[in-house]
Design a protein around this ligand. Structure first.
Ligand SMILES: [Zn+2]
Length: 255
């Protein structure tokens, strides 16, 4: 039986020359994308992955290096495959914010004025015990979303999901937040943490820096694969500090 796996469609920061951080989850009975930035479509083509095989797209927040490919992906689904794109969103408000971003071009089509519902099926996660956490199920897979500290005032979420019976925590973009990491580690016991990592600045308020993440306890760092890094990343050897390493674009990992 083929093991469930994560394929890194991209692993760079929005400011880097690397493809945007984007995770393709090859799950038992479905294929789910997490984030799809402005390099997304080219990366699907580069790896010969048909956009038609994407069953759902999870959006963690609205920065263009996480959402910039949605318009074209949606057009391909709608006008080439005659189907809607399924969006999985951590928060009810995000659907309106996303459509606000897209509608100035997507409203117009040869078929007349289009609505959000003409393009998208949307599933919204429901608040768990507190609204800092929300959960939803898709094709028997459970996704838990956790609010992160990214740009002040902006909605942004990490995602916890299971693969091959093990849990994975993808932080998406976040400032350094050791309390959240400790909480998720204790309550969800992920065996893998895919963590935002700024490599070209030491002081940064919206992304965790390499220097900050390196201060975490070794037992946590042994679970951490770094992602969303900058062009200088190859000057750093994260294994020396106890990390798994840097996630590489085009790499497939089996948790
Ligand atoms: Zn961001």
């Amino acid at each position: 039986m083929i093991k469930e796996n994560i394929f890194f469609l991209g692993s760079g920061s929005g400011f880097s020359s690397l493809p945007n951080t984007s995770l393709l989850l090859n799950l038992r009975n479905t294929r789910v994308l997490i984030d799809f930035g402005f390099t997304g479509l080219n990366q699907l083509r580069r790896y010969k992955i048909s956009p038609q095989t994407i069953d759902a797209l999870i959006i963690t927040h609205l920065h263009s290096d996480h959402t910039g490919g949605i318009e074209m992906l949606t057009y391909i689904h709608k006008f080439q495959y005659q189907k809607k794109l399924l969006l999985i969103l951590p928060n009810f408000e995000l659907q309106f914010m996303l459509w606000d971003m897209l509608k100035h071009s997507m409203r117009f089509s040869p078929k007349g004025i289009m609505k959000k519902s003409d393009y998208f099926d949307i599933k919204i996660a429901q608040c768990a015990s507190t609204c800092r956490f929300s959960t939803m199920r898709f094709k028997s897979h459970k996704f838990t979303f956790v609010k992160t500290k990214h740009v002040p005032g902006m909605l942004s979420y990490g995602v916890i999901f299971a693969m091959n019976g093990k849990r994975v925590f993808y932080t998406s973009d976040t400032a350094f937040d050791p309390e959240l990491l400790a909480y998720v580690n204790e309550n969800y016991t992920p065996s893998l943490i895919i963590h935002d990592c700024k490599t070209d600045h030491e002081d940064e308020e919206v992304h965790a820096t390499y220097k900050q993440i390196a201060t975490l306890p070794l037992k946590l760092k042994r679970k951490i694969l770094l992602i969303h890094y900058d062009d200088n990343y190859s000057q750093i050897d994260p294994k020396l500090d106890g990390f798994i390493g840097f996630a590489q674009t085009g790499e497939k990992i089996i948790p």
